[in-house]
Design a protein around this ligand. Sequence first.
Ligand SMILES: *[C@@H]1O[C@H](CO)[C@@H](O)[C@H](O)[C@H]1NC(C)=O
Ligand SMILES: *[C@@H]1O[C@H](CO)[C@@H](O)[C@H](O)[C@H]1NC(C)=O
Ligand SMILES: *[C@@H]1O[C@H](CO)[C@@H](O)[C@H](O)[C@H]1NC(C)=O
Length: 235
Amino acid sequence: MSFNTIYVLLMSVRMAPRLPLIVLLMIHGVSGADWGVSYSHSHICALKNSSVIMSCTYTYPTGYKIKKVFWTKGPVKGVEPPDLSEDPEYSQRLQYLGDKQQNCTIRLSHVTQKDAHMYYFRFITNVTDGVWLGKPGVTLTVTDLQVEAPERVTEGDSVRLTCKSSCALTDGATFIWYRNSQPLTERRDRNNQLLLQSVRREDAGRYSCALHGHTYISPAVQLSVTCEYRLTFPP
Ligand SMILES: *[C@@H]1O[C@H](CO)[C@@H](O)[C@H](O)[C@H]1NC(C)=O
Ligand SMILES: *[C@@H]1O[C@H](CO)[C@@H](O)[C@H](O)[C@H]1NC(C)=O
Ligand SMILES: *[C@@H]1O[C@H](CO)[C@@H](O)[C@H](O)[C@H]1NC(C)=O
């Protein structure tokens, strides 16, 4: 406790009726207010095989020295949570971009469905009990992409194909469409949908979708186009 706090405490003794409240605030200020971890995003929806950055900053009282910083994943149980960078499933893909002062940002690359967990930052100082676990942490959800399309459409119909993800990707995400592995350059997409107006036989093929700037491509889905009038001709 600094001289300033003692002074405030003494002042408050003279203003006796308010004493209990002020003492409570002081105790909180001394023991907890300077400790903390804050994450820029508490939920992250990541596309399979992409890299995820978990932005993070941390604070602790002055006069402490940081001895160890690391990330761990939930559920956290037991005495000391394990350091993810020592986990063979993560060690090659995890990169600590932060420092030993205040930045605790990490990058996890090539995310898979198995990475969907809660992640926490932990730091340990040179003082006994001077340790902190940044709860609540960051929830990582991993999605793939699936094309939704009617199996069969008739020439002349309008058809809408949707590129579906299981969690909400960032608003800035740009979808790309492929037919038989060739990128479609027509600007016919809105959000995650491809609208084929007045379908022709040339539109038939295997459709897949992807996100601009990402390697992952959805499984392809066959779109068949039938020509109605041909059926009415005698053989
Ligand atoms: C912790 O480190 C700080 C800064 O180096 C130092 O002033 C302090 O005495 C250390 N505390 C303990 C308990 O070692
Ligand atoms: C933390 O470090 C990362 C990577 O170096 C950087 O991009 C980010 O701006 C830093 N954040 C803060 C708050 O300094
Ligand atoms: C995953 O990404 C890497 C590049 O970051 C790429 O070389 C690889 O082909 C991708 N794998 C899949 C299955 O998309």
